[in-house]
Design a protein around this ligand. Structure first.
Ligand SMILES: [Cu+2]
Length: 209
């Protein structure tokens, strides 16, 4: 290719190089965002459990409230969003919900209508043992991806409450984010508001050795 030829193709070449750089930048941003999201769910490599400590059964109680709270009327909120247990310990998790609204799961998240990660794969809903909650009745979920734990929570009857109870044993140590996967928030796809604020529809479970 002659020098003149390069000169005539110069601008096209520059545009192509710039486009390449832009595509590269976008890819990097998406990669970093993906890594950040992955880290947020903190699926830590399983630690070797040298001892499975039996330190008795511990009860963790959470409630789901709605109403005028902290200047956010109508935002649903889990109380007791941060708690700590020991690996190998039986945890009785009790969630009492006063939320009468439903928020059916959509897309791939429909799988969170099934109970997982609990002793015998079941939960109790007001004393009734179930393996799942019909999606049309779901109000919230309590989901710890890093522990494989998922508890669907149905809507409460008008003026009343519903209580979900389950037993689980954390099999690995670490800090794990729990989240509600039911679109119970505000904004686009109902995933904003309470759904995007730590301490409302997400929190952390710490599992110590
Ligand atoms: Cu929720």
């Amino acid at each position: 290719m002659s020098r003149d030829n390069w000169r005539s193709k110069g601008p096209v070449f520059v545009v192509l190089v710039l486009a390449g750089i832009l595509v590269g930048l976008f890819a990097s941003v998406f990669a970093v965002a993906g890594i950040a999201l992955g880290l947020r769910d903190a699926v830590k490599p399983p630690n070797t459990v040298a001892h499975v400590a039996t330190r008795g059964t511990v009860v963790e109680s959470m409630t789901i409230e709605t109403g005028a709270m902290d200047g956010h009327p109508g935002w649903p909120r889990y109380t007791n969003p941060f708690w700590t247990v020991h690996v190998g310990q039986t945890v009785v998790l009790r969630i009492k919900s006063y939320d009468t609204g439903t928020a059916p799961l959509g897309g791939v998240q429909t799988m969170f209508d099934a109970v997982s990660g609990t002793v015998s794969g079941t939960e109790s809903v007001d004393g009734k043992t179930v393996r799942s909650v019909p999606n049309t009745q779901i109000a919230h979920t309590f989901t710890v991806v890093g522990l494989g734990l998922n508890l669907p929570v149905p809507a409460a009857p008008a003026g009343g409450s519903v209580t979900v109870t389950a037993r689980f044993v954390a099999q690995r140590t670490g800090a794990f984010v729990w989240q509600c996967y039911a679109p119970c928030g505000s904004g686009p796809n109902s995933m904003g508001g309470a759904m995007s604020v730590m301490g409302w529809m997400e929190g952390r479970v710490h599992v110590l050795a």
